[in-house]
Design a protein around this ligand. Structure first.
Ligand SMILES: Cc1cc2nc3c(=O)[nH]c(=O)nc-3n(C[C@H](O)[C@H](O)[C@H](O)COP(=O)(O)O)c2cc1C
Length: 324
């Protein structure tokens, strides 16, 4: 029987570059706003961080409706990076974040290296922002719209440029829509990333068979939720043995058991996105469950289980504490 005291003594904290989070849980970009609406249903002091909705240089209206389709064990979204643009964001939104009892991570999107640099710089210089996540799943106008995250050279270029623009911790969020995620993961690490978020949504589409038309206004969208969890777990497993920096695993996490899969595969922290739409208490339940689970195993900290199911992990992360 695990006592509440034993569970309380377990260290769930995690280090991402120079940022220490009390809990290894981050709320996925685009799925939690800036936490305002969720504060009524969840205790924000008991999550690690909120990753804000991705912001671009200019305001974006997003894709044509419909933008969301329910699928078995998941959802397809094609929001199209709807956001008010960095000027409006800094003027009207960012001040509210100082009250949040958890870390705040700004998410940057763009269509050119210059745009990533400008938005990174402007967000990162604000004291309310603890770290920057680069959402590199955007088309690069300089290379005929090829997604940054799908091209190792473009990933390297954008990460190096953003690295030079801020000394705050830099997380690079990788796309699963690539042939070999380890190639991109290594490029991001060499270019100066402090951590990798693995994975963003998986490309997909759905067709309305009555109307013989794509269901999403944008035709293609990103699949998230439990349907993508096995894809995400494998991506984390592979990336974790390719790089030494921490991995924030995400994709379909909705329970303690889901979260454990990611830690055991080699994630030092987890992201929770779609599950928040149906149950905002999922992140708190996972944190409680993790503490009890670890105490029950006689573990003192979350780092003791990171990479345990990954046979190549120990070779890369040779000494204790390296993973967290
Ligand atoms: C409606 C919606 C909007 C999203 N918007 C963003 C975004 O703006 N930037 C980003 O990096 N990821 C975005 N994501 C991806 C999530 O942050 C997360 O990485 C992904 O959905 C996988 O995790 P999940 O299955 O727990 O949702 C979005 C996902 C959803 C469902």
């Amino acid at each position: 029987m695990v006592s509440a005291e034993d569970a309380r003594d377990v260290d769930l904290s995690v280090r991402i570059g120079g940022l220490r989070l009390r809990y290894p849980t981050m709320m996925g970009s685009g799925c939690y706003g800036s936490g305002e609406e969720f504060a009524r249903f969840a205790d924000l002091a008991r999550i690690g961080a909120i990753v804000l909705k991705s912001v671009t240089r200019l305001p974006r209206l997003g894709n044509p409706m419909p933008r969301i389709v329910h699928t078995p064990s998941g959802m397809l979204n094609a929001i199209g990076l709807q956001n008010p643009g960095i000027d409006w964001y800094l003027e009207h939104e960012i001040g509210k974040l100082a009250e949040r009892p958890c870390a705040i991570i700004g998410s940057v999107a763009g269509f050119s290296v210059g745009e990533y640099v400008e938005v990174t710089q402007r967000l990162a210089e604000r004291p309310e922002i603890d770290a920057i996540e680069l959402n590199v799943s955007c088309p690069n106008v300089a290379s005929e719209g090829e997604t940054f995250a799908c091209d190792s050279r473009a990933t390297s270029e954008v990460v190096s440029a953003a690295r030079a623009a801020t000394r705050k911790p830099l997380i690079v969020k990788l796309s699963p829509n690539v042939t070999d995620i380890t190639v991109i993961a290594r490029e991001a690490e060499s270019a100066g990333a402090d951590a990798l978020a693995v994975i963003n949504t998986v490309r997909g589409m759905a067709i309305d068979v009555e109307r013989a038309r794509p269901r999403l206004g944008n035709v293609a969208g990103g699949l998230s939720g439990p349907a993508i969890r096995p894809i995400a777990v494998l991506a984390v497993y592979e990336a974790a043995r390719a790089v030494r920096i921490p991995i924030i695993g995400q994709g379909g996490i909705a329970s303690l058991s889901d979260a454990l899969e990611f830690f055991l595969a080699g994630a030092s922290a987890i992201g929770i996105g779609t599950a928040n739409f149906t149950d905002p208490r999922v992140p708190e339940r996972i944190v409680d469950g993790l503490a009890e689970h670890l105490a029950g195993q006689g573990a003192r900290s979350i780092s003791e289980i990171v990479g345990r199911a990954n046979v190549g992990f120990a070779d890369v992360h040779q000494y204790e504490g390296d993973a967290g």
